[in-house]
Write a protein of this length. Structure first.
Length: 128
């Protein structure tokens, strides 16, 4: 195996290990605190805190994040396949389900945009 490929593979595995550790620690933290927040969300909040404080640079985890984004479809196929079992539910309540999906997606986009804007403004005010 080429030394460059081996180095890139080891870096990818290390970055994925860090992201997995943050996910697991976030889950454990929500269990300890008894918060009704998913472990993945807490892990992302921890990652954001690490980025905001400068402890971890975003470029440090870029390779692992790119790989996870490229393989994201694999995470959704099982959920999509389970829809085949609920055809009658989709025929009767499908429009309500789509409405909830559309509204929640819009809310997530708006909240994300507002959060990014506020963090950017805060960062600009607190830069030396």
């Amino acid at each position: 195996m080429n030394a460059e490929i081996l180095k890139k593979t080891l870096r990818l595995l290390a970055e994925l290990a860090v992201l997995l550790a943050l996910f697991l620690f976030g889950g454990q933290l929500t269990a300890w605190l008894a918060w009704p927040i998913p472990g993945g969300v807490m892990g992302l909040a921890l990652l954001l805190a690490l980025f905001a404080t400068g402890v971890v640079k975003p470029a440090t985890l870029q390779l692992g994040a790119k790989w996870l984004m490229a393989e994201m479809l694999l995470f959704f196929i099982p959920a999509l396949m389970s829809l085949l079992d609920y055809g009658s539910l989709l025929r009767s309540e499908g429009w309500r389900i789509l409405l909830v999906i559309a509204v929640s997606t819009l809310l997530v986009m708006v909240v994300t945009a507002v959060t990014v804007e506020l963090v950017c403004r805060w960062r600009l005010r607190h830069e030396p």
